[in-house]
Design a protein around this ligand. Sequence first.
Ligand SMILES: [Zn+2]
Ligand SMILES: [Zn+2]
Ligand SMILES: [Zn+2]
Ligand SMILES: [Zn+2]
Ligand SMILES: [Zn+2]
Ligand SMILES: [Zn+2]
Length: 351
Amino acid sequence: MKKTIIITLILCMVLPVILSACTPSHEHEYSTEITKQPTCSATGIKTYTCTICKDSYTEEIPTTEHTLTEEVTLKPTCEKEGVITKTCVDCGYSEKEAIPMAEHEYKEKITKKATCTKKGTKTLTCSVCGDTKKEEIPAKGHNFNEKITQKATCTKAGKKTLTCKNCGLKKTEKIPAKGHQWINATCTTAKKCSVCGKKDGKALGHIPNDDGRCTRCGQEVGLITIKLKGKALPRTLTCSDWGTITTKTLITGFDYKVEMDEYDNGHFYHKITLYFTGEKLYDREGSGYSRECTIGYKLYDSDGYMIASGNASTADIKEGEKFRDWPGSEFYTEVKLIRGGTYTLELLDVR
Ligand SMILES: [Zn+2]
Ligand SMILES: [Zn+2]
Ligand SMILES: [Zn+2]
Ligand SMILES: [Zn+2]
Ligand SMILES: [Zn+2]
Ligand SMILES: [Zn+2]
């Protein structure tokens, strides 16, 4: 009985301690510490310790990378691979890597020259291993110098001689005719080649407008000039009646107007107005008598053909009276007056 009591007492004293150790009454709060630094050759250790109950465990830290330096320990050639050696500066660890074989170091020698038309050959020899191979050199083709022996014209082909600078081969080639370089016809010039001057067709001729200008080229072409024939002005003209002078007129100025008009059927005629300036010098009836003076005229073309004639008259005037730009005559002609032409007016005494 006594023994039982003692066991019970021991159990009561120890049990709380065992229970508290098995089921802690807190969450562990670990602090970490690197207890061994890792290197490139050995792992390190990290230790976790609970700040409350000092419970602890460890974790491995992996090794660090090697710090490698590279060195070519065997140069590659066209026959053998080379070697590159990498060594760790910290632990002396080393590894090797192959360097691929190098290209052959060919030197070329022309064993057969290429010509203009034939291929050549060159031989390539490796200065290291003596390996050889042959390569083709393409034919160069001719390099011609050109000389024109006959120039081409607008209508005729020319010739040129080609000589190869390298092999001397000669050949002749045609130069095609160039063809005319036409300049279009204008009012006054026919269609013409600017190189050889050949003409084709006729000048187009002007297209006169009502104002006497060409609608195509703008040139003043419609104007018709009338010049006085013979002595220059002033001139005295007489008018007689059966051998007796009735009036004497001094003509000091002459002018004219040529107007073009058109019939309904498309025919043209010209209206010509003659203007005179002058003075009455004499009247048979005396100085106080007022009447018109008559002036004769004939109009000729440039070939001397008469195309109009008639009498012009002044206003009714006394001796000593003057008239200016008096339209003494107005007449129509169906004779085709040439635009730009010059006509001659002859002034005449009237009998
Ligand atoms: Zn703890
Ligand atoms: Zn290392
Ligand atoms: Zn080689
Ligand atoms: Zn050649
Ligand atoms: Zn031509
Ligand atoms: Zn014109």
